[in-house]
Write a protein that binds this ligand. Structure first.
Ligand SMILES: Cc1cc2nc3c(=O)[nH]c(=O)nc-3n(C[C@H](O)[C@H](O)[C@H](O)COP(=O)(O)OP(=O)(O)OC[C@H]3O[C@@H](n4cnc5c(N)ncnc54)[C@H](O)[C@@H]3O)c2cc1C
Length: 416
């Protein structure tokens, strides 16, 4: 009997893009190896909720082996891919070699500090579970320290929280942090004067949410101000030593907390591939999301560089990664069937960001919403997009509890 070997598809990265490709190839005549350095898929849009003590990591991350338990044509491998040999068609993972017929690189991004080493060393970021938990522990610990600090100046520095970057992540973090202080910490530390606590949002540009339409930028600005977030536009920082921020105009801000949300670049491995890269280190692809010199290799999501119809790079968003995953899974099947490929065109599903309780901004079907309606849309969509029935229920219960009782339930300081 002539047993035909199935094409071997190796997918590196089980984030939004990689996981979606694997799922969409469920019934395809292929053998899949899915590799990730973590054994879970992480819902990054809610990482800030871990940092502000709203959710625990297990509510926004889900084990990959559980996700793919019922999928017969997949093998998950936990490990770090360190190099790829495009000529011989294999990836190296923690010392082993895995050969492929088609490779999908969905390795995502990492924080871009734009060469500001002092910020990278002394600041906090929201990119993975560890960084979000570190941020939470650090901030909660500062409240403890401030509660016994008698020097008012030192206390104010401990209670000054600076978020850098007024894109959606910075805005969401600043808004949620301000609410944590007003609604929760004020109750936990009744002896402290919470008016000493400040949340500053620093932005180098002249507006919050630059990618959003004008009416939503204004709404975001006003909603943040109503939550006592101090917005500092046209403000660049040059140094942060862990105690003090130095601004480009020479100004200084005393703070023990700087959360950097001002930049993303492609994952480290993209620099070691020897292929053409564009802005932020993203790998240039053709219209079918392939590396032009290696058409059996697809790159999708944050790691890929492709322009939209207006000559602008596609944004680094989960929605882009998921749509690219769909087209890539289809194109792999087309290749197997020896059919022509479909090019990628991004369909913008709209914009959505929350600023806190009852406060969000949204642009959907060409309409702008802000306030409670936008916030309800945000809550429903985020619950829906979370993986796992258990996680959806837990997050919903958590949020409902926090909403009714003005609490953030995860106020645990879990390590030094
Ligand atoms: C705090 C935050 C908030 C965000 N909010 C939103 C939002 O509201 N809406 C939205 O659309 N987008 C949002 N994004 C962006 C969105 O998360 C990304 O665009 C999306 O995750 C990109 O998907 P991806 O598959 O390219 O990469 P990722 O989802 O980042 O997945 C990449 C995977 O590759 C793995 N990996 C990387 N390198 C290696 C290697 N060498 N070996 C093995 N494994 C490797 C990583 O562990 C990871 O699991 C947010 C991002 C962050 C950080």
């Amino acid at each position: 009997m002539n047993i035909k070997k199935l094409p071997h598809i190796v997918i590196v990265g089980a984030g939004f893009g990689g996981m979606e490709v694997a799922r969409r190839l469920k019934n395809a005549p292929v053998q899949i190896t899915l590799i990730d350095r973590h054994n879970y898929h992480l819902f990054q849009p809610l990482l800030y909720q871990v940092a502000i003590a709203g959710l625990v990591p297990s509510q926004i991350a889900y084990p990959l082996r559980t996700i793919f338990r019922k999928q017969k044509n997949i093998n998950f491998q936990m490990g770090e891919v360190t190099s790829i040999d495009f000529e011989s068609r294999y990836v190296k993972m923690d010392g082993s070699v895995i050969a492929y017929d088609h490779l999908v690189l969905a390795v995502g991004g990492q924080t871009n500090f734009f060469g500001m080493n002092s910020v990278e060393e002394n600041g906090f970021q929201l990119k993975n579970v560890e960084s979000a938990v570190n941020t939470r522990n650090h901030m909660l610990k500062l409240f403890e320290e401030a509660s016994r600090e008698v020097d008012a100046e030192k206390r104010r520095a401990m209670l000054t929280f600076v978020v850098v970057g007024a894109g959606p992540t910075g805005v969401e973090t600043a808004g949620a942090l301000a609410e944590l202080i007003t609604h929760v910490m004020a109750k936990d530390y009744p002896q402290m004067n919470m008016k000493e606590a400040r949340v500053l949002l620093l932005e180098a540009g002249n507006t919050v949410m630059p990618a959003y339409p004008d009416e939503l930028r204004k709404a975001t600005f006003n909603l943040l101000r109503s939550k006592n977030v101090e917005i500092m536009l046209n403000t660049k920082l040059t140094n942060y030593n862990g105690q003090q921020i130095t601004l480009a105009d020479g100004g200084q801000i005393n703070t023990h907390t700087l959360i950097w949300t001002a930049g993303v670049k492609a994952s480290e491995i993209t620099n070691r591939l020897g292929v053409q890269q564009a802005g932020s280190g993203r790998v240039r692809t053709d219209a079918f999301l392939r590396i032009p010199a290696h058409p059996e290799v697809f790159v999708i999501g944050d790691a890929a560089y492709l322009e939209n119809g207006n000559g602008q790079p596609l944004p680094m968003l989960a929605t882009v990664a998921q749509q690219q995953a769909k087209v890539t899974a289809q194109n792999i099947q087309r290749i197997i069937k020896k059919r022509g490929l479909e090019s990628f065109h991004y369909k913008d599903p709209g914009l959505l960001a929350t600023i806190g309780r009852n406060a969000a901004v949204a642009r959907i079907w060409g309409l702008s919403f802000s306030g409670f309606i936008a916030w309800m849309i945000w809550v429903v969509l985020h619950i829906y997009r979370l993986i796992g029935f258990r996680n959806r229920i837990l997050v919903l219960v958590n949020w409902a509890w926090d909403y009714i009782f003005y609490e953030n339930q995860v106020r645990l300081i879990t390590r030094e």
